[in-house]
Write a protein that binds this ligand. Structure first.
Ligand SMILES: [Zn+2]
Length: 354
């Protein structure tokens, strides 16, 4: 048989890519498909994208973010291996995977210690600073790709790299939440709020959470939250004080920002820990320094997660700690998903399916 007798390999020359072309303007473009993966890379066929607030920030436009448009969106993904580059072991065609969306160097001290989200030379966050995952095919360094255990679908796996791993990092690496402790989870209906409730309950914590309406209150209860406070009708600081017999909680899980930050601090017991990964209600707040040191509060800023946290998250999913899905939308409705996320009319995660 000569080379000419062999059927030509089927190669897709173009693919779809959801591209941010201007602030609040995303278009589904037909772009060149990637070449075969280079040495050390794998090619992933993208199946699902998880939406997060970082996507909303990127979509709105952020003056301080160094980036250039057009930009392929999507910061959190699951897919399957389409091709494996030279020298890559441990992956086979068809394997389900998720990817780490921070373009770390893999060599600095932080990376070598497994603290990937503190990489000293990170080249950007995919879908925010540099092109992201919302496209049919992508070549990724194999070191940033994590296998998905059997039994977890793409929709759920797409919640591991950002939503689950961020919470895993916040609660266990930073706040060092222990079984039996009491935690206040702000905005318990949000994507990460629902994860925090489930992860804290799974280790036997008492969970107090806040939500913005009674419908969400019922859903948060159903997730296992011990006490749910509608922050629109009750002052959560007072309720937490009552619920904890004036002692306060061990840990406060924050991501709302100025609207709740000082209230969350007030809910802590002496020596309590506040961990925050977001600030959806604004950027700045004031801080009572007397209160900070007299009460011996510990405040952790937390952003992203390590690759280890993604593995831990997938292991939790495999053991039955599944994500709460608010909505599944098709690729063409990515912006509708972002608008829904921005409106806060969500309970759980919004997933865009390919
Ligand atoms: Zn590094």
């Amino acid at each position: 048989m000569t080379l000419l007798d062999q059927p030509a390999p089927v190669v897709a020359h173009t693919m779809r890519a959801l591209t941010l072309v201007a602030d609040r303007k995303i278009e589904l473009l037909e772009v060149a498909a990637p070449p075969p993966p280079a040495a050390g890379e794998v090619q992933i066929a993208i199946k699902a994208i998880g939406l997060n607030h970082i996507d909303v920030w990127g979509w709105r436009g952020m003056a301080f973010a160094k980036r250039k448009l057009p930009l392929v969106v999507g910061a959190e993904t699951a897919g399957e291996i389409r091709a494996v580059g030279a020298g890559v072991g441990g992956f086979g065609v068809g394997d389900p995977v998720v990817a780490y969306g921070g373009l770390t160097d893999g060599t600095c001290k932080a990376c070598r210690e497994g603290r990937d989200n503190l990489c000293e030379n990170v080249a950007g966050i995919m879908g925010f600073h540099v092109d992201g995952f919302a496209r049919d095919l992508i070549n990724m360094p194999a070191r940033l790709v994590i296998p998905v255990p059997a039994g977890i679908g793409f929709r759920d796996a797409a919640c591991a790299p950002v939503a689950f791993a961020t919470v895993q990092h916040m609660l266990f690496d930073n706040a060092k939440l222990e079984p039996g402790e009491t935690i206040l989870v702000q905005a318990g209906g949000s994507g990460i709020g629902t994860v925090a409730i489930k992860m804290a309950k799974a280790i036997g914590c008492t969970v107090i959470t806040t939500v913005g309406d009674d419908d969400k209150a019922a859903k948060a209860k159903a997730l296992g939250a011990d006490h749910v406070i509608n922050y629109r009708t009750e002052r959560f600081e007072g309720v937490v004080r009552k619920l904890t017999a004036k002692k306060g909680v061990d840990v406060a899980f924050e991501h709302v920002g100025p609207d709740t930050f000082n209230g969350s601090l007030l809910c802590l017991k002496r020596g309590g820990r506040l961990v925050t990964c977001g600030s959806t209600s604004g950027q700045s707040t004031t801080l009572n320094l007397f209160q900070l040191y007299l009460q011996q509060y510990r405040i952790f800023g937390s952003f992203g997660a390590s690759i280890r946290n993604i593995r831990e998250s997938l292991d939790k999913m495999a053991a039955g700690l599944t994500p709460v899905i608010d909505t599944e939308v098709p690729l063409a409705d990515f912006e509708r998903g972002l608008a829904r996320l921005e409106s806060r009319q969500v309970f759980g995660k919004i997933i865009v399916m390919f």
